[in-house]
Design a protein around this ligand. Structure first.
Ligand SMILES: [Cu+2]
Length: 243
């Protein structure tokens, strides 16, 4: 009889212990979950153009958020790399924005050769005569704006924007910009547009506090005043030969 009572007590004790352990595990794991998911926000903005010389195309204006006071945590790049293709004697897309330290590939989709080069001090490169179907990857190791040209076709012009952050986006045709999954914190907003002076773009730079799940940066007016279009030189720094 006594032995039975002892056995039952023991059973009850272990059962309670098991429940306690399970409860503890449960509360720890939920704590971990709540700490491992920082609050991230969707950033919205609308860009518009002032003193625009060309059409009303509001696309390809770059916005990015650099974390203030700390280095940005940029995730390791996965494959396939973002591509800037040569297609129909054009670079597609015309503007490509990537985190610094990422590769960009330059596949030639045309049935004839191109030459892809950049005279930029940020990333100088020359892929040589570049046959149909070829591809070369280039590491965008430093932040900055990298114009990309073809030495054969003077009309071919594109830009790689290399930024010190993982939080960036380009505007669509209507000027809408959306940057997703931006962790709460303080950032510096930066803006780039092909037909705006560096001086006017610097004026658009400002501190931004991201908190909650949606942040609307409102309307951003990009001014084209003071910008004069120019024909870039070939890879030898000379004018293209007339055709
Ligand atoms: Cu070309």
């Amino acid at each position: 009889m006594d032995l039975d009572v002892q056995k039952t007590n023991k059973k009850m004790f272990f059962r309670r212990l098991l429940i306690l352990v399970l409860l503890l595990i449960g509360s720890f794991s939920s704590l971990q979950i709540s700490y491992s998911l920082p609050v991230a926000a969707k950033i919205e903005a609308t860009v518009s153009l002032v003193n625009a010389k060309k059409s009303n195309d509001l696309s390809n204006i770059a916005l990015w958020l650099e974390p203030s006071g700390s280095t940005a945590r940029i995730p390791k790049q996965s494959t396939p790399y973002p591509a800037m293709r040569q297609k129909g004697k054009k670079f597609v897309p015309k503007v490509l924005i990537v985190s610094s330290g990422y590769y960009v590939s330059f596949p030639n989709d045309d049935p004839f050769p191109h030459n892809v080069f950049s005279p930029s001090e940020v990333k100088k490169f020359d892929l040589g005569l570049y046959q149909a179907g070829e591809n070369v990857d280039q590491l965008m190791n430093r932040p900055g704006v990298i114009p990309v040209y073809c030495n054969i076709h003077p009309q071919m012009k594109a830009f790689v924007i290399s930024v010190k952050t993982a939080y960036y986006a380009l505007s669509d045709d209507s000027g809408k910009v959306e940057i997703n999954n931006v962790p709460n914190g303080k950032y510096t907003l930066k803006v780039w547009h092909e037909r705006a002076t560096t001086e006017s773009l610097n004026k658009l730079s400002r501190e931004v506090t991201v908190s909650g799940s949606t942040v609307n940066l409102g309307s951003i007016q990009v001014d084209e005043a003071g910008f004069s279009p120019f024909q870039h030189k070939n890879k030898d720094g000379k004018d293209y030969a007339p055709k």
